[in-house]
Design a protein around this ligand. Structure first.
Ligand code: NDP
Ligand code: MG
Length: 382
């Protein structure tokens, strides 16, 4: 039996991970956690019987303890609970399916305890990649990507020499607003932004896909995972989402991974690497598909991507500002408090106001996050 724990088991990646557990039958789930979805977490505890579960507030944890008094499960709360879950003794793989920078501390703790990481939580790598990657190397801990593009690159690197990479070709769907003019983007609402053409995902990443911030986060994620300069990472819009990303080698040869858009493939690949397990679902039918098309990203109307390149080029604490400002702005947008185009504006304002700290430690990263939230709140109240 493979023993895993999941940070964020009630979300889009978390529930799909549990579907794989259900189908494969040789994975034991020792720990799961949620932010506030008590009901689903209770169902998951009853079905998967983990030894430990964690929910963010102590009030919810108390409620769960009462609901689950017939079961032998420890219920914890807060950051301490997440860290305890991340380092559980027998766990071999930690699936980081939590959203946002809250994943930094538990991920670091897991690596320090030698756990393999199946990483979906890109915000952690974007803001603390300079800490996490050397730490993983030092502890001999593999980090397997769950993000579909990075999994595709990882798969396209099989049997190849990373020194022979010319560039990475990171594909993007273009999101729900691809092709829209600035004038049209003034009027788009939350409902429109939540309608992704090809992928069904959590709310935050769906908005990030609409702004192209997600692709920006992925460029930074790829830089850390594959140790490659951002100038050698090119974004290619491939609206059908069949090519999940590509690696171009020095001889001009390109290796790619293709498939229907289904996150279960990259999740399962990360859990079983280097083995490939059978997975049901739709196959690509090239005759039905007819054609695949390619475009340059529209960086004029969707500024998220260029802001990400700026953040990673400036380096230090700037990617944290980019990410934290985006997290806050997306939350305000989802609450109906700002317009779609203001997301990029607020990110830029926060980045302009920031004085870069070189190689920030975890405390400085989290202080920068707080300071960025303050800048956005002040800006927002103006
Ligand atoms: P969701 O919003 O669907 O799920 C987030 C999970 O994190 C939920 O289980 C949520 O619990 C939990 N969570 C949130 N806050 C806390 C907290 N304070 N303490 C404990 N748990 C918490 O997100 P996704 O699954 O879409 O995304 C997860 C990560 O994976 C993100 O970093 C995203 O960028 C990345 N990713 C996602 C993809 C996808 O297809 N969805 C594709 C590639 C990457 P609750 O349900 O209670 O709120
Ligand atoms: Mg992705």
């Amino acid at each position: 039996m493979k023993k895993i724990a999941i940070l964020g088991s009630t979300g889009s990646i978390g529930t799909q991970t549990l579907e794989i557990v259900r189908e494969q039958k040789d994975i034991e789930v020792l720990g799961i956690s949620a932010g506030s979805n008590v009901k689903l977490l209770e169902q998951q505890i009853r079905e998967f019987k983990p030894r430990l579960a964690c929910i963010w507030t102590e009030a919810d944890a108390k409620d769960l303890r009462v609901r689950l008094k017939d079961l032998n499960v420890r219920i914890l709360s807060g950051m301490e609970g997440l860290i305890e879950l991340a380092v559980m003794e027998e766990v071999e793989i930690l699936v980081t399916a939590i959203v946002g920078m809250i994943g930094i501390r538990p991920t670091i703790a897991a690596i320090e305890h030698g756990k393999t990481i199946a990483l979906a939580n890109k915000e952690t790598l974007v803001t603390a990649g300079h800490i996490i990657m050397p730490l993983a190397k030092k502890n001999n801990v593999p980090i397997y990507p769950v993000d579909s593009e990075h999994s595709a690159i990882f798969q396209s690197l099989n049997g190849e020499n990373p020194k022979e990479i010319e560039k990475l070709l990171l594909t993007a769907s273009g999101g729900p607003f691809r092709g829209k003019t600035m004038e049209e983007l003034q009027h788009v609402g939350v409902k429109d932004a939540l309608k992704h053409p090809n992928w069904s995902m959590g709310r935050k990443i769906t908005i990030d896909s609409a702004t192209l911030v997600n692709k920006g986060l992925e460029v930074i994620e790829a830089k850390w995972l594959f140790d490659i300069e951002p100038e050698r990472i090119e974004v290619v819009v491939q609206p059908q989402s069949i090519i999940h990303s590509m690696v171009q080698y020095v001889d001009g040869g390109i290796m790619a991974q293709l498939g229907t858009p289904d996150m279960k493939l990259p999740i399962q690949y990360a859990l079983y690497y280097p083995e490939r397990r059978a997975l049901g679902g739709k196959r690509v039918n090239f005759f039905e598909l007819g054609q695949m098309t390619f475009e340059k990203p529209d960086t004029k109307n969707f500024r998220g991507l260029d802001l990400a390149y700026r953040a990673i080029t400036q380096g230090g604490s700037m990617p944290t500002v980019f990410n934290a400002a985006n997290e806050k702005a997306v939350a305000l947008f989802l609450d109906g408090k700002i317009r779609f185009l203001q997301i990029a504006e607020l990110i830029e304002t926060a980045m302009d106001a920031h004085k870069i700290i070189d190689a920030p430690d975890v405390t400085q990263i989290l202080e920068t996050e707080e300071a960025t939230y303050d800048v956005i709140s002040t800006q927002f109240l103006k």
